[in-house]
Write a protein that binds this ligand. Structure first.
Ligand code: 3PG
Length: 305
């Protein structure tokens, strides 16, 4: 089978070697399309591919429409909001993700950005410490759990809310469960967002929600830009000079956020999962899932059933 690795944001070289070795060991041919700059390159490459590994690459209906041999697409990562899963289903294309494989990398970046924020963006002025502060984790999936684990090492008081996770599971993961997302925003000094971008969550981190945060609070977003109502957050930040926002996803209104000097930071390109380890874990998991699919029809990680 022809397996296309289509990554506009490439994996680390060692990860690509590992992915290739895994696929080739099962007799597949690997085609590599990295750092493509034009959608036409992707449209051309998918035409005769039987399978594909992607990252946040936008796999919209027009891409799927020309992918006439495609049987399986594996998103090497967690969020699959960049793939038109419904249209893929209509075309009988299995879409899978690799849950948990890059979660530690994202969780470590939460703390990289958080220390930067509470230490006044390293501008030389006195900041604050994380020890003893209340951290709220919104959604207790693979990333949320890793954030809880690392926060404990910092001596933070860790809380979490997840509409789809029992209080018992949250407490077993080392956090105190609160009754609602609002409670998390009211109680905590820092809130770290780990909800996926869905119809329900898009724009849900809005003016009213962030307004509930305590004086001097920090909002950390390593999830998706779409979950934040940017106009609402901009309005709040202009009214409240104490609120800080650090994001691993450049907002659409980055230039407007950038006016809040010393209270806003965004990475130039989403880099939560940009580590050799995360690339290798997620990439090799994706390759193994493709091998299992062609060998036995395994669809354990399918997200578009
Ligand atoms: C994910 O959903 O797995 C993360 O956001 C990482 O995305 P990336 O592969 O585009 O870096």
């Amino acid at each position: 089978m022809k397996v296309l690795i289509a990554t506009e944001k490439p994996f680390a070289a060692a990860a690509v070697d590992g992915i290739k070795a895994e696929l080739e060991s099962a007799g597949h041919d690997v085609i590599l399309l990295e750092k493509y700059t034009d959608k036409a390159q992707l449209l051309d490459a998918v035409k005769d591919a039987d399978a594909m590994i992607v990252r946040s690459d936008k796999i919209s209906a027009d891409v799927l429409d020309v992918a006439n041999n495609m049987k399986i697409i594996v998103r090497a990562g967690a969020g699959y909001d960049s793939i038109d899963t419904e249209f893929a289903k209509q075309k009988n294309i299995v879409v899978e993700n690799t849950p948990g494989q890059n979660a530690n990398a994202v969780a470590e970046l939460v703390f990289g950005m958080l220390v930067f924020a509470v230490r006044s963006f390293y501008n030389g002025k006195s900041g604050t410490e994380l020890k003893g502060k209340k951290l709220g984790i919104l959604a207790f999936g693979n990333v949320g759990r890793n954030v809880a684990r690392i926060a404990t090492g910092f001596g933070m008081d860790v809380y979490a809310y997840d509409a789809y996770c029992s209080k018992e599971a949250i407490e077993n993961g080392g956090a105190k469960a609160v009754d609602s997302s609002d409670d998390l925003f009211k109680l905590c000094d820092v809130v770290s967002l780990h909800i996926p971008a869905t119809a329900e969550t898009k724009g849900s981190i809005n003016y009213d929600v962030v307004s509930m945060m305590k004086k001097g609070a920090v909002l950390v977003n390593t999830a998706r830009k779409e979950i934040v109502d940017e106009d609402g957050l901009l309005k709040l930040m202009s009214e409240r000079e104490d609120i800080k926002y650090v994001s691993d996803i450049k907002p659409d209104k980055d230039a407007e956020f950038a006016k809040f000097e010393g209270r806003y930071f965004s990475t130039p390109k989403k880099m939560g999962a940009q580590t050799a380890e995360a690339n290798t874990n997620a990439g090799i998991a994706a390759a193994r899932q493709i091998n299992a699919f062609f060998a036995t029809g395994d669809t354990k990680f399918q997200v578009n059933k």
